[in-house]
Design a protein around this ligand. Structure first.
Ligand code: 9MG
Length: 284
């Protein structure tokens, strides 16, 4: 990565969209699974899912992340055709309405189909490690988020351990970002994500948020997904649907340390919090 990349204006190219990340961006979560950890089943119906996506855009989301396979700890895999049946109608409807769409998937077949249907970004918690995944994105102009995950969702929370969590996660992401760029995906299409909650204990998650400047220094824009996660329940004792305040605190702590995109359930509240934070940052 050239030195100039560390100081360059952070822009992210995702298909027909170019995001100016000098303002932190908000990615609204739309899980269309019967069993997601925080909104299980609520948007498993097309009309309801579309209405929720439109509401998130009205509330200020910059992009909607659609997921048809749960990545919660212990989740079971979903077949390609089932995942496509869940996400494709939404991608088609939202993309044709001019809404920027990301799809949270680990499967190259799904990546190719959703990009053809208009998705502007692929959000891969597996960092494009599946055979064919790099090529599926490289043959398009979509953006990509590559995330760190230790193990697989089914087993990732079974005693995760690190010698130096920050260095190990950073090295993994730099290696994967370089492999992504070498496959022909321009660097300004790549976002990295330390994978809060993915094969990490509470102390690991907190260290990663605190060390976000280390990830920013790689030159790639950083995304964080802390919304409603179980570690926030560990800290506050709150149930999953009572973690708004905790999510806002962790999200703002991430942005204050350089995260440029937040993946959230509560778009309206996050956008308000970011407006206040940004105004304070700009004040004389
Ligand atoms: C799909 N998904 C769930 N949590 C996530 C996180 O923290 N980051 C990204 N990129 N995707 C996530």
């Amino acid at each position: 990565m050239p030195d100039s990349a560390l100081t360059a204006a952070p822009t992210l190219r995702c298909g027909r969209y170019t995001f100016d990340l000098s303002r932190p961006h908000v990615m609204g979560i739309l899980n269309v699974t019967p069993n997601s950890f925080s909104d299980g089943g609520r948007y498993f119906n097309l009309a309801r899912a579309l209405a929720h996506a439109r509401q998130m855009i009205t509330d200020g989301a910059d992009i909607i992340d659609i997921g048809g396979e749960s990545t919660r700890p212990g989740a079971e895999p979903v077949r390609v055709d089932d995942e496509l049946a869940r996400v494709l109608p939404l991608v088609e409807a939202l993309a044709s309405a001019g809404i920027a769409v990301s799809v949270d998937t680990r499967k190259p077949e799904v990546m190719r189909a959703v990009i053809a249907a208009g998705a502007a970004m692929i959000n891969d918690v597996n960092a494009l490690r599946a055979p064919g995944a790099l090529d599926a994105v490289a043959t398009s102009d979509a953006g990509v988020c590559i995330m760190h995950m230790r193990g697989e969702p089914a087993t990732m929370q079974q005693a995760p351990d690190y010698t130096n969590v920050v260095a190990e996660v950073r090295d993994f992401l730099v290696t994967r970002a370089e492999a992504t760029a070498a496959a022909g995906i321009d660097r300004d299409r790549i976002v990295i994500d330390p994978g809060y909650g993915f094969g990490k204990r509470l102390s690991h998650n907190l260290s990663l948020v605190r060390a976000l400047p280390v990830f920013v220094a790689t030159g790639y824009p950083v995304m964080m997904g802390v919304s409603r996660k179980s570690s926030l329940g560990e800290l506050t004792g709150r149930a999953v649907d009572e973690r708004l305040a905790a999510s806002l605190a962790a999200g703002l702590a991430s942005v204050a340390r350089g995260a440029r995109m937040l993946r959230v359930h509560d778009v309206r509240e996050t956008v308000d919090a970011l407006k206040v934070w940004s105004a304070i940052e700009r004040a004389e």
